[in-house]
Structure formats: C-alpha cells, structure tokens
Design a protein around this ligand. Structure first.
Ligand SMILES: O=C(O)C1=C[C@@H](OP(=O)(O)O)[C@@H](O)[C@H](O)C1
Ligand SMILES: C=C(OP(=O)(O)O)C(=O)O
Length: 447
C-alpha cells in the first residue's frame, strides 16, 4: 500500500495549473458517446475515475481515441447506438460514474451490471435507483448498494421528482434517463447543486430549462456532437486555495490558473472569504458553457465561523481541506448540515477527525458535521509560523481528498506527516505530488 511522506517547507508561491474537471470529464464521455457525430474534448482529466467511465463506454461499443495529452475524440453512436457489454462494468472508485451510468443505462434496450472497488461497493445506490424506477426502469441493488443490475427494454416515462438529498449525481441520473422518456422530466432540488449536466446538455442541443430550483428536460430525438473544453477542477484547486491561505511565507502569492468557477461549485470561495481569507478571482473567461478564471491566494489569519448550511452542497468535496484551514483559524469552526460527507469515498467526517486528532487538533464529531478548535491551546496566535499540527502518521482510508488535505497540513506542521493508503489520489489528481511540488510542498510517494 503506497504512502506519502510530506516534509514541512517554508511556504508555497508561484503559479500552478490543476488538471481538468472530473465532473465535466465524466459527462463529456457519456454525452459524447450517445451523440450523433464526433465530439472532441480538450483539457480532459486522465484520472482513474474518468478512465473507468471511458472503459465502460468503450465496452458499450463506443470508439474513443486519446488523441494527445488531455485530449479525446468520442465517436458518438447516437442515442440508440450503444451495444450490450459482455461483462459487468467496473466503475472503480467513482460514485459519479456509477450513478450517472445507472441513469444512462436505464434507457437502453439491453441489460447491464455495474460494480466497483471496495469503497464504491459500500456506497448508497438506492437514491438513484428509486426515482429511476418511478420512471419505469427495472433496477436491482444489493441491500441498496452495488452491484447495480439494470434490466433493459423498459419504456421510460418522464417524472416530476423532488430530490430528498441535494445530489448532483442523482439529479444527473434522472436527467440522463429523461433523455429516453416519452414525456418531459423535472427535477426539484432542495438546494443548488452543480449544474454541469444541464450546461453540457444545452451544448449538445438538448432543451433544458432551469429556474427556481427546478430543472426540466424535454426528451430530444438526437444529441448533436460538439467541441468541449474542460476547465481546471475547482475541487483540485481547493487544496492550493487553502495552502496559499495558511501559508507561513509572508507576502507570498500563489496563483492557480484556468480554474472552473461555475457558481454551483465555488462555495469554498465564499466560506474562506467569511473566514477572512485573501482570495482574488481574476482574468475571467469561459471554456464553452463553463466560466473560468485564475485564483490568486495570499496568506491571511483565518478565523473560525459556523459555515452557512446553504453553502454545504456548493463546497461538498472541499470539506476535508476546509477542516485543515479551520484547524489553523483563530477560534472555533462549526460545520452542520453536512451528513452527506459520511457517504463519500470514506466517512469524511470520521476519517478527518481521526487524522486531526492524531496531529493534536481538538475536534468533536457531530452527527452531521464537526466542531474544530482552531490553534491548539498555548500557541502564539499572532505568529504566522506557529505550528498547528504535530506531524506523525495519518490514515487516508483510501480517500483521495483526505490524502491531499493532510499534505496541505504540512505547511503548518512541526514535523513530517506520513499519509497512508494514497494510491487513490490518482482517481482525481494523477500528478498531485508533482503539482504540489511546483507550488513548494514536499510530497514524496513510497511503496
Ligand atoms: O455530479 C458530480 O459530478 C458530483 C457530485 C457530488 O456528489 P453527490 O451528488 O453525491 O453530492 C460530488 O461529491 C462528486 O464528487 C461529483
Ligand atoms: C465524492 C467524490 O467523487 P465520487 O462521488 O464520484 O466518487 C469526490 O471526488 O470527492
């Protein structure tokens, strides 16, 4: 099992680029595959999660070429052109791939089975299966978990579905099945979640209307291939936003270039601003349907806050690294309304609390969040170099975001941090140690 050794460093600075957006990359393969014509994708994230989706689409008969670094060409087969795979489709570590594919495969004429790694096999799938069954799909799960078995040939009807949890994956699964329904489908969200599916469907010529927390899709006769540009992943940039904020190097600027700043993803910008961070979003431009900018980060003394609950879904993958920021803040940070963190690649509340405690941070696990005491008692709160973390060994429990978050903690650690079970960092950020190194962190991989 591989691990990281992360040595303390004087600070981070300079300009870095993070790899392509994972959510957008998955969707580009799925929609490109069922479009008519050839879809070219640039900035594609060649991470294990997206490669699981690529393998699945290939197994369903789609020709996908990797035509250069981060560039793929998808030879769409049309909405009715997918072929049955001759084996179960392995979605690896990816909840997004499994839930979106459940929606897409519900509308096909053939049977499919979806499996995944040991983490994914424990994650809840009924949340997607339930509305899809209401549409007429035939889906079986095992005690609500994978394998997900989809019986083909169902005649789908459009539904009006009120999501019980704020989930872009469930919303997207219903919309993808809605492409194959005989009437329009509407999804009502309890809170705003990422809208990449809606934006990309529009790029493929599909009619999607979104307003007042409702998204409606009119089933198209075809999707038209297009050219897609994938922006840098905000969730990967998040590690460096926190690194630049807790940076012990005075007056340093860390710039992350080409980051997707879709407002349904940027909750961390708002949360860090409330904590007193100095983040500047500059050089606004767009990558097709997605807004992009550069983000400049300067060190700041953060203060603890109660994170507003409406920001939780807009920052859902950023909480592990936010907990690192909160540990460096003055005073207490409270997160509530975030029970979804318990059903990600790991229980991110429990696993982060375990690691923070192992490094001397006082925190209390709540059923739906956490309470973190910034700065362990007795430290000089005025000294930007005060060490917040003791160093030592933490276990990521195979969760990529936990491993990267504790790497960022090294900036304020008294000694090296050994992070266990880090291979899954490649699911979202294949060269994290390299990019982290160019910002000034010292992350080495060991077997
Ligand atoms: O739709 C997506 O691409 C994603 C949605 C979120 O999951 P939920 O929908 O389960 O909140 C997020 O955590 C995941 O990393 C990616
Ligand atoms: C939760 C995540 O991904 P997924 O649900 O696709 O496994 C993530 O990347 O943090």
């Amino acid at each position: 099992m591989s691990h990281y050794i992360v040595e303390p460093v004087p600070g981070v600075s300079g300009a870095i680029r993070v790899p392509g957006d994972k959510s957008v990359s998955h969707r580009s393969l799925m929609l490109g595959s069922i479009a008519d014509g050839v879809t070219e994708v640039s900035g594609f994230l060649e991470s294990e999660d997206c490669l699981s989706t690529m393998k699945a689409m290939r197994a369903l008969g789609v020709r996908i070429e990797q035509i250069g670094p981060q560039a793929v060409r998808v030879h769409g087969v049309g909405m009715r052109g997918l072929k049955p795979a001759n084996h179960a489709l392995d979605m690896g570590n990816s909840g997004t791939a499994m839930r979106l594919m459940t929606g897409l495969l519900s509308g096909q004429s053939f049977d499919s089975e979806l499996i995944g790694d040991s983490s994914l096999m424990k994650r809840p799938m009924e949340r997607a299966a339930k509305p899809l069954r209401e549409m007429g799909a035939q889906i079986a799960t095992l005690d609500g978990k994978p394998p997900v078995k989809i019986t083909g040939g169902a005649k789908l009807k459009g539904i009006r579905y009120e999501l019980p949890v704020a989930s872009a994956q469930v919303k997207s699964a219903v919309l993808l099945a809605g492409l194959y329904a005989n009437t329009p489908t509407t999804v009502i969200e309890p809170a705003i979640t990422r809208d990449h599916t809606e934006r990309m469907l529009l790029s493929f010529g599909c009619q999607v209307d979104a307003a007042h927390g409702e998204v409606s899709l009119t089933p198209p006769t075809q999707l038209k291939a297009c050219t897609l540009e994938v922006p840098g992943d905000f969730s990967s940039a998040a590690f460096f936003m926190v690194a630049g904020s807790i940076n012990p190097k005075k007056d340093a600027v860390l710039t992350i270039t080409g980051v997707g700043i879709n407002p349904t993803r940027t909750g961390l910008l708002d949360i860090l601003a409330l904590m007193g961070a100095d983040l500047r979003v500059v050089n606004h431009r767009s990558a097709g349907a997605e807004p992009v900018a550069d983000i400049e980060v300067r060190p700041a003394q953060l203060k603890g806050i109660h994170v507003p609950e409406h920001l939780v879904p807009l920052a859902i993958d950023e909480f592990p690294v936010l907990f690192v920021a909160a540990s460096c803040a003055q005073g207490e940070t409270i997160v509530t309304g975030a029970e979804e963190l318990r059903v990600k690649e790991s229980d991110r509340i429990a696993v982060m609390a375990e690691g923070l405690k192992a490094m001397g941070v006082t925190c209390e696990v709540l059923p739906d969040g956490i309470r973190i005491q910034g700065r362990p008692a007795g430290r000089n709160e005025k000294d930007p170099e005060a060490k917040v973390f003791s160093g030592g060994t933490v276990d990521s429990h195979g969760d990529h975001r936990i491993a990267m978050s504790f790497s960022v903690a090294s900036l304020r650690a008294a000694a090296a941090i050994k992070i266990l079970d880090v291979a899954n960092v490649a699911t979202s950020f294949p060269d994290f140690p390299g990019t982290a190194g160019s910002a000034g962190l010292n992350v080495t991989v060991h077997d």
